[in-house]
Design a protein around this ligand. Structure first.
Ligand code: FES
Length: 82
């Protein structure tokens, strides 16, 4: 059995307001990147609807707002590669 180690969970809000702001595409790109030790999941509303798409990294509790496809690589480089 393969032992997959997951250090962090990255949630991408897929509720209505964030979806209108492009969160489906953001989720698709994060999933396609297959970042080591990061589990990517969609989530319901994270309570910050005006600033979407919202991304939350756990257990760090680091929030990213207005995440678009162009800013994904910055999130990955700053936070997810270590
Ligand atoms: S709809 Fe995404 S935070 Fe509320």
């Amino acid at each position: 059995m393969e032992n997959i180690q997951v250090n962090r969970l990255l949630l991408v809000c897929q509720n209505r307001t964030c979806r209108k702001q492009g969160s489906v595409k953001v989720l698709t790109v994060f999933q396609a990147l297959n970042i080591p030790n990061i589990k990517v999941e969609k989530s319901g509303c994270l309570g910050k609807c005006g600033s979407g798409p919202i991304v939350l990294v756990l257990p760090d509790e680091v929030w990213y707002s207005h995440v678009d496809v162009q800013s994904i690589s910055a999130v990955v480089e700053q936070h997810l590669l270590d």
